[in-house]
Design a protein around this ligand. Structure first.
Ligand code: FES
Length: 137
């Protein structure tokens, strides 16, 4: 269990530092967490906030679980698609933003929620989304 905790913690830290987890770093983290590389790979490809390649300078992931949809996540995603001129699951042409969906990020009671460059944002509105985007360079 400690290995899995170390694995996810280290993968998350690397994602935050570099914006992705390289194959070399994945091996290093697997070794540090004492788990097989295949397990590290599975984790890195399962969680939408982790990526094995640099998607874009900034990552915007909106939780779009059914309960979030009831609270307006689709409205936020639609706004982001229009504002960033990109469909979810893609990066903008200039590679400045990646827009995607994520499963639960532990903020269900504060929906709609999203992760921007790994930082959680709760009770997101269109106004709040504009503010968040405005602060990204
Ligand atoms: S379902 Fe969206 S944060 Fe939990």
């Amino acid at each position: 269990m400690a290995g899995k905790k170390i694995l996810l913690n280290e993968l998350g830290l690397e994602q935050k530092r570099k914006g992705f987890v390289s194959k070399e770093k994945l091996k290093e983290i697997a070794s540090k967490a004492c788990v097989p590389e295949s397990e590290a790979f599975s984790a890195a490809t399962f969680y939408s906030f982790l990526s094995l390649e640099k998607r874009a300078k900034h990552s915007v992931l909106v939780c779009n679980c059914p309960s979030e949809q009831l609270k307006g996540s689709e409205k936020i995603l639609g706004f982001l698609e229009k504002r960033l001129k990109v469909k979810r699951g893609n990066a903008t042409k200039d590679k400045k933003f990646y827009l995607g969906e994520t499963s639960c990020i532990g903020l269900c009671d504060k929906a709609p929620a999203m992760l921007v460059d790994g930082k959680p944002h709760a009770k997101v509105t269109i106004e709040k989304t504009k503010e968040i985007l405005g602060k990204l360079k």
